[in-house]
Ligand binder design. Structure first.
Ligand code: NAP
Length: 460
């Protein structure tokens, strides 16, 4: 069971490291907003980073935005720098959980994980970098297990909606779910949407280093997971999706890697049937296809060379058609933006034998939420931490390096997210091949279509 109590020497439930960053500032606000959800209705927390002045400004800003003047005096500040291991150790010794918002994680992340593991603090991050996430699993899993420390990566928009969404779909399916495809769509208001260049930088270095990820994966020496049901077909590099009625690409983020790791954990530790997963993202109409192809070609070319990477890093707005910016999105842009994952799953309904014939049941679920990067991400990160503090007995028995799905599969994280602006919901369409059920399900299915069709139009 995870150690989640504070003590005189470990006074804070949460320390937000990198609180002065673009994302960090919103994590601070989210922690302040939800402090009453801590153990016994309180939460002891502090902010940390390398600049005391910047941290003071962030606390001041949160006090103003949330009309909570008490934050100015109640929130402690810890100065810690990734380049100074002693300062990291001192920070970690004071925290039950470190919420790590310092990225790109490939450069700054490992030192923080190491300090957490060595000093007994749990670690939650919002990394969207598979190389970092899988590298931490390879290098720190057994040490974290020995210390009873939980290192839980990708607890932001990458990859809580996808990872918990697949588990939610599995749990709603009446039978054995064998495969899921997810389709991500994002919407924005009249001012459009943008992403802060912290994420742009993480993506640039991630793509430049793609080959190292392959060799890292070989080191795990994993056996392939068994395929139950029909093998999930990979779609093309670009296609028009009937599911979301727009042009669609394979999702380039960390979700497939995280979901696969979760499914492996559940198959190996709990003998669960592994769910195959394909992730796709909608890009809109034909105009966006041309824009993206043009920007994508330049990006793929430049990212290979150090001069190219420097150019990309210096001019995010120019090379991303204004989508990645040094200023990040405005609060108005964030308020007007939202995301939706539609999950289409198939499997064997109760009573059907997964080792015989083709899957005979289908399910569709949705995970919706507010703006992905700086509203949904802080909510997901903070709810992950609150789940850990309040439901420590429902976490895996041993410490270790976990995905969100592996860590939180037996907790109420989904319900908690639903109370904070996420919506996990499902529509079940069961198509059964057995004669008795066929007619019944045909009737149910046509009845459901009457309900579903208007919803599908609303979803677009
Ligand atoms: N999972 C998701 O969906 C999601 C969403 C949003 C962001 N992210 C990730 O979160 C990370 C941060 O993004 P961001 O846009 O917030 O970036 P950012 O604004 O550049 O923030 C980076 C933070 O790291 C701190 N930092 C840098 N070097 C440091 C050092 N040596 N010691 C201590 N702190 C140091 C910075 O401190 P100073 O303020 O002192 O410079 C700042 O607080 C990125 O990796 C991004 O990809 C993920």
């Amino acid at each position: 069971m995870a150690r989640v109590e504070t003590s005189s020497s470990r006074p804070y439930h949460l320390v937000i490291f990198g609180a002065s960053g673009f994302t960090g500032q919103f994590v601070v606000e989210e922690v302040a907003r939800t402090a009453s959800e801590g153990p016994k209705g309180t939460l002891k927390w502090a902010v940390a980073g390398r600049s005391k002045q910047k941290l003071e400004k962030v606390v001041e800003q949160a006090a103003g935005v949330l009309s909570k003047p008490e934050l100015r005096t109640e929130v402690d500040i810890i100065v810690a720098d990734v380049e100074e291991p002693d300062s990291l150790a001192a920070m970690c010794k004071q925290a039950v959980i470190v919420l790590n918002c310092v990225g790109p994680y490939r450069f700054f992340g490992e030192a923080v994980v190491k300090a957490c593991v060595e000093n007994g603090a749990h670690h939650i991050d919002i990394s969207g970098e598979p190389q970092f996430l899988e590298g931490m699993q390879l290098n720190y899993n057994s040490q974290a297990a020995d210390k009873g420390v939980y290192v839980i990566g990708s607890c932001g928009f990458d990859s809580i909606p996808a990872d918990m969404g697949v588990l939610y779909t599995r749990d709603q399916f009446k039978g054995t779910l064998t495969a899921v495809e997810s389709f991500l769509t994002v919407s924005a208001g009249p001012d459009g949407a943008s992403i802060h260049d912290g994420t742009w930088q993480s993506a640039i270095y991630g793509l430049a280093d793609k080959q190292k990820l392959q060799s890292l994966r070989r080191k795990f020496n994993h056996k392939p997971l068994p395929t139950v049901g029909s093998k999930l077909k990979r779609r093309g590099a670009l296609f028009f999706s009937n599911e979301i009625q727009q042009y669609t690409l394979p999702f380039m983020g960390t979700d497939p890697s995280v979901v696969k790791r979760t499914q492996r954990f559940l198959a190996e530790e709990q003998h669960a049937t592994p769910v195959q997963y394909g992730a796709y993202a909608g890009i809109g109409g034909i105009g966006n296809v041309f824009k993206l192809m043009f920007a994508g070609m330049i990006f793929w070319f430049l990212v290979k060379f150090s001069f190219g990477r420097n150019l990309l890093i210096k001019h995010p707005e120019f090379f991303s058609f204004g989508f990645f910016t040094k200023a990040g999105p405005s609060r108005k842009q964030m308020e007007d933006s939202a995301f939706q994952f539609a999950f289409y799953g198939e499997g064997y309904t109760d009573g059907a034998d997964p080792s015989q014939g083709k899957p005979n049941g289908k399910i569709r679920t949705l995970v919706r939420g507010p703006e992905a990067g700086y509203v949904a991400t802080p909510i997901a990160m903070v709810q992950a931490a609150l789940t850990m503090l309040n439901e420590s007995t429902a976490l895996p028995k041993k410490g270790g390096v976990y995905t969100p799905g592996a860590a939180f599969v037996n907790t109420t994280l989904v319900n908690r997210l639903n109370k904070h602006g996420f919506q996990f919901s499902h529509l079940l369409i069961c198509i059964c091949i057995y004669p008795f059920y066929f007619i019944r399900n045909l009737l149910i299915s046509s009845w459901l279509q009457c309900i579903i069709n208007p919803l599908l139009i609303k979803d677009k």
